[in-house]
Write a protein that binds this ligand. Structure first.
Ligand code: ADP
Ligand code: ZN
Length: 617
């Protein structure tokens, strides 16, 4: 897209340039010489003029004089009436030569402008062509409505699933899709329904495109790829028609995979934003939904889409029969990173001092794309050094370049930060485990997610409960505070990392007080104005429905709840301090631990006592 835009501006500048050029050529012919009639008459008086040529113009009495002075200089004078000037010259006793009426310059007056027009149009067409085909051979002039999807046929796609390193769980989940594409009959016979759409969520560079492509490669089916932003054009209706075209094309090639990168460009939540939506995008999204609803189950088309912002997607696309499967493609953990490094080191001879394990350990938060880039830079360093293999030193240099040269600076995490995060998450995790109504812990991770969080602790998916209890809400608050408490206990200092935890705890506490009547001093009254987030302007317009006095009281109650939760949570974490250390150590080693590994820490047989000293960072 951006490349095409650049081209567009280039063409634009060229055309403007040509227009100015034409105008300039035109002015050349009527440019004033700066020589005046007064000067001419003066020179006639002084008898300085040797010869005069009169060149009348066509159709009008105007013309020009070519004057040769006795000094040999030449002058040009434009005149409004050639007969009058001829008489004047004769009066001074000169015999002017009157030339015949000149032919209009055929080239300058007719051919040249037409030529310019033709060139301009040719440029326009070339430009449109380039924009539409996107380097594809099926690009034709003016095919605005045609899909721009790039098609890779089965045989041409050499990427297989084993070229995707790490991502073990993701690959397992997608295995059935491969099977289905290979042999749809097997599934239709038993009446199994295969998802039509799979949404891949994850930061840029984590391998979403690679994964989709590998599935097509593994199943040996055609692969259509397009970016969501390709649909969003300046003309209303173009996006929708591209979607239609793409699905029609895909049906012709089924079974196949359609991959839509950056789907958030089209599938943003509709109807938000002040003052009307984006018509073109809505139309495009509607068309996409219509198409996805339109093709039958098991028709052999699987739509995969990638985004790093599931939260801004229109909920309509997540409904059954559309993107009914969501897969999170996480940042790789230490082992994943090592595997990715191995994959990309395959065609790069490594010196014997290269330690990929060690590189994997120092690159927490790097995506697959970052790691590939890292090795590539290292190879460039080696080549610059006239070497045919990569040394550890090349990688170290590349590390500085890749990490510090860009915005990724913040992604290189110091050991200290890692330690803090490990203890922080361990604090959350312990409370999840110990408190009865929350948890159990599903994963604990200290791999940065790239969207601000340094790590996360995830409980098992929540059960569908019709209501929650006061006890559970208090425990939720305690869990939220656990991270901060662990930091405090271990490092005797706190970080800004608990921002969203604190927000969450406060929100729950406030709701307890103002909505659910769970605080004695406030009583069972709803003081909460409905906080539908659909209308952003609402809060501004709505006056609070209670007095200042009540407001103050609410604030005090909220504080009391949080303070109490804090005390209790701190007590629990202090009691479990040996687990806290062990959990943090394990996290530092593995970066991501699952439920079994975490719960094993609580086993009595696991070495318990305080032999691990609380190292201050
Ligand atoms: P995304 O679509 O998530 O932005 P890509 O799939 O385009 O990321 O990944 C960009 C590049 O990063 C890939 O071409 C590949 O070279 C490398 N890469 C990313 N993840 C992996 C992985 N798991 N294994 C091997 N290479 C990877
Ligand atoms: Zn936290």
């Amino acid at each position: 897209m951006s490349k095409n835009n650049k081209n567009f501006y280039l063409y634009f500048v060229i055309i403007i340039g040509l227009v100015f050029f034409t105008v300039w050529i035109g002015t050349l012919r009527v440019q004033n010489s700066g020589y005046t009639r007064g000067q001419f008459v003066q020179q006639l008086e002084n008898n300085e003029v040797a010869m005069v040529n009169i060149c009348p113009n066509r159709d009008t009495p105007t013309g020009s004089l070519e004057i040769t002075l006795k000094s040999g200089e030449e002058r040009t004078l434009y005149v409004t009436d050639v007969t009058e000037i001829e008489a004047l010259v004769r009066d001074y006793g000169l015999d002017p030569r009157v030339e015949s009426v000149p032919e209009e310059s055929w080239f300058l007056n007719s051919v040249f402008p037409i030529l310019i027009m033709v060139i301009a149009f040719v440029f326009l067409f070339v430009m449109m062509n380039a924009q539409n085909s996107g380097g594809n051979s099926n690009g034709k002039m003016m095919n605005f409505g045609r899909s721009r999807a790039r098609l890779t046929l089965g045989g041409e796609n050499t990427i297989k699933l084993d070229g995707v390193a790490g991502l073990k769980e993701e690959k397992e989940e997608l295995q059935e899709i491969v099977e289905f594409l290979k042999e749809p009959g097997k599934f239709t016979k038993v009446g199994a329904r295969i998802p039509k759409g799979i949404l891949l969520e994850g930061a840029p560079g984590t391998g979403k495109t690679l994964l989709a492509k590998a599935i097509a490669g593994e199943a040996n089916v055609p692969f259509f790829s397009i970016s969501g932003s390709d649909f969003v054009e300046m003309f209303v209706g173009v996006g929708a028609s591209r979607v239609r075209d793409m699905f029609a094309e895909a049906k012709r090639h089924s079974p196949c995979i359609i991959f839509i990168d950056e789907i958030d460009a089209v599938a943003r939540r509709r109807g938000t934003g002040m003052g009307g939506g984006h018509d073109e995008r809505e139309q495009t999204l509607n068309q996409l939904l219509v198409e996805m609803d339109g093709f039958g189950v098991n028709e052999g088309i699987i739509v995969m889409a990638a985004t790093n912002r599931v939260d801004i997607l229109d909920p309509a696309i997540l409904r059954p029969g559309r993107f009914d499967r969501k897969l999170t493609v996480a940042h790789p953990d230490v082992r994943g990173r090592e595997e990715i490094l191995k994959v990309h080191a395959e065609n790069k001879p490594l010196g014997d001092d290269v330690d990929l394990t060690q590189i994997a350990q120092t690159t927490a938060g790097f995506t697959g794309a970052d790691l590939e880039n890292l090795l590539n830079e290292a190879a460039i360093n080696a080549a610059m050094d006239e070497r045919v293999f990569v040394k550890q030193d090349d990688i170290k240099k590349a590390f500085v370049k890749v990490g510090i040269g860009t915005e990724k600076k913040s992604r290189i995490i110091s050991d200290k930060e890692k330690r803090i995060t490990a203890y922080h998450e361990a604090g959350h995790a312990i409370l999840f485990h110990v408190l009865p109504d929350v948890g159990p812990v599903y994963t604990v991770s200290i791999i940065p997610t790239g969207i601000g969080a340094a790590g996360y602790t995830m409980p098992l998916p929540e059960k569908d409960e019709a209501f929650t209890t006061k006890g559970k809400m208090l425990q939720d608050i305690m869990v939220s505070l656990g991270g901060r408490i662990a930091e405090e206990i271990i490092f005797d200092d706190v970080t800004t990392g608990a921002l969203s935890d604190i927000k969450k705890a406060t929100k729950v506490a406030r709701r307890m007080v103002t909505r659910y009547g769970m605080s004695e001093n406030i009583g069972i009254i709803n003081y909460d104005d409905d906080d539908d987030e659909v209308f952003i302007g609402r809060d501004l317009a709505h006056a609070k429905s209670h007095s200042e006095e009540i407001s103050g009281q609410i604030d005090r109650e909220v504080k009391a709840i949080i303070d109490e939760c804090y005390m209790k949570a701190k007590e629990i974490i202090m009691e479990q301090s040996s687990i806290l250390h062990k959990c943090a150590e394990l996290l530092l080693e593995k970066e991501k631990i699952g439920r079994d590994e975490f719960e094993a820490l609580f086993d009595k047989k696991y070495p318990q006592p305080e032999e691990i000293s609380p190292t201050m960072a």
